[in-house]
Design a protein around this ligand. Structure first.
Ligand code: TYD
Length: 134
């Protein structure tokens, strides 16, 4: 999604607000930076967490796998945000040297919300697919 940037002759500014342009209550913010060359990160899914990702500097590829298939999203500008919600396997690849990946999250860090095994992710995805609408 595209974020509205307040630009003027001085430059640009983007504001992120809970339940406004960020579609959840922000409980945690973290950022990934100085990622070493050829290093990839992530390789997990979350059961309940919602996240909004922004490459505030540099660029990174986010590989996503979900019920709708798979897709790689190239994040390379501060006004482009990627919303991850629902069961999504995510991997972060090709960090540029100057990449700073800002992540806003809907909950505190909680290891039990992580699915770190891809096989387990596929099991939970299948279960999710098989659940009839409530
Ligand atoms: P890790 O889950 O390996 O990061 P990635 O998903 O990018 O591969 O997290 C790296 C370390 O940071 C790990 O020890 C857990 C810790 N951590 C926190 O303490 N709080 C957080 O919000 C996050 C995301 C990680």
């Amino acid at each position: 999604m595209r974020l509205i940037s307040h630009g003027d002759e001085r430059g640009n500014l983007i504001a992120l607000e809970s339940n406004k342009n960020v579609p959840f209550e922000i409980k945690r913010v973290y950022y990934i930076y100085s990622t070493k060359e050829k290093v990839s990160r992530g390789f997990h899914a979350h059961r309940d967490l919602k996240q909004l990702l922004v490459a505030v500097s540099g660029s990174v590829d986010i590989y996503c796998e979900a019920v709708w298939g798979n897709k790689t999203i190239h994040l390379s500008c501060p006004f482009e945000a990627l919303l991850l919600e629902g069961l999504v396997w995510r991997e972060m690849h090709n960090f540029s040297k100057d990449a700073v990946l800002l992540v806003l999250a809907s909950d505190y860090y909680n290891e039990s919300d992580y699915i770190r095994s891809h096989d387990q992710f596929l099991v939970e995805l299948r279960r999710f697919n098989d659940t009839p609408p409530q």
